[in-house]
Design a protein around this ligand. Structure first.
Ligand code: C5J
Length: 232
């Protein structure tokens, strides 16, 4: 079976139809700053271990997607060293122990090029896989993502990453408004707040899938199993 074969996933609120050739897998912000101690997430008082729990699942899906020959895109949230793309409305919000741009154990918080800004080694992009650097929560805001997807003929997105109710949900809503059919992998996303994750999954698929679909990784992996990679 090739990447062009029509596939159907058991999903909520109903089946999700796609093919690998016209679908991108987007892995959102699996960065040290969100997932490791000493980063931005921890500076806000969060327990990063909740997020770390999804790493093996995300890796399993990434590997299956690569084996099927699908387009895999990574995103990183972060800012220029001079903070010119970080509005005060973002930097000065709340009272974290470290603000964006401050020096922490993994370098300057959420600054491009610093160790904490990097994707965790377990989920490192392979050479040639696009990495979208984004200053906001959504992956389309101030990035070239839409042009990249258009240039590859992508119509469907499968999404994983962190955090469910912030950058993942924002990206999914941006994508839905731009006409993409989007599915969120339920056990491939996580929040520092389990109740926010549950609420986000519910609101995405409510009202006939008003934002999109959700499905467990097992459904995606079994759909992908027969698909053999063909040249992109
Ligand atoms: C946050 C994100 N939570 N990647 N960023 O600030 O969800």
């Amino acid at each position: 079976m090739t990447r062009f074969a029509p596939l159907t996933l058991n999903a909520q609120p109903f089946e999700f139809d796609f093919d690998v050739a016209h679908t991108a897998l987007i892995v959102i912000d699996m960065q040290r700053d969100f997932v490791e101690p000493g980063g931005f997430g921890a500076s806000l008082g969060n327990d990063v271990n909740l997020l770390r729990a999804i790493i093996p699942t995300v890796r399993r899906v990434m590997d299956a997607w690569r084996a099927a020959g699908g387009l895999l895109i990574h995103t990183r949230e972060g800012h220029a060293p001079d903070l010119s793309d970080c509005p005060p409305a973002k930097r000065l919000r709340g009272s974290p122990s470290l603000r964006i741009g401050d020096v922490g154990p993994m370098g300057r918080i959420l600054i491009q090029g610093e160790p904490g800004h990097g994707i965790i080694p377990e989920l490192a992009p392979l050479p040639g896989e696009p990495v979208i650097d984004k200053p906001g929560k959504g992956s389309f805001h101030a990035t070239g993502l839409q042009e990249l997807l258009a240039s590859r003929g992508i119509t469907h997105l499968i999404i994983m990453g962190v955090t469910t109710e912030v950058c993942v949900q924002t990206t999914m809503r941006e994508a839905n408004d731009r006409g993409y059919d989007c599915l969120l992998v339920e056990d491939g996303t996580e929040s520092y707040f389990p109740e926010f994750k549950a609420a986000t999954l519910a609101m995405i698929r409510a009202q006939g899938g008003i934002v999109g679909w959700t499905a467990p990784s097992a459904e995606l992996l079994s759909a992908l199993a027969p698909v053999a990679a063909t040249p992109l």
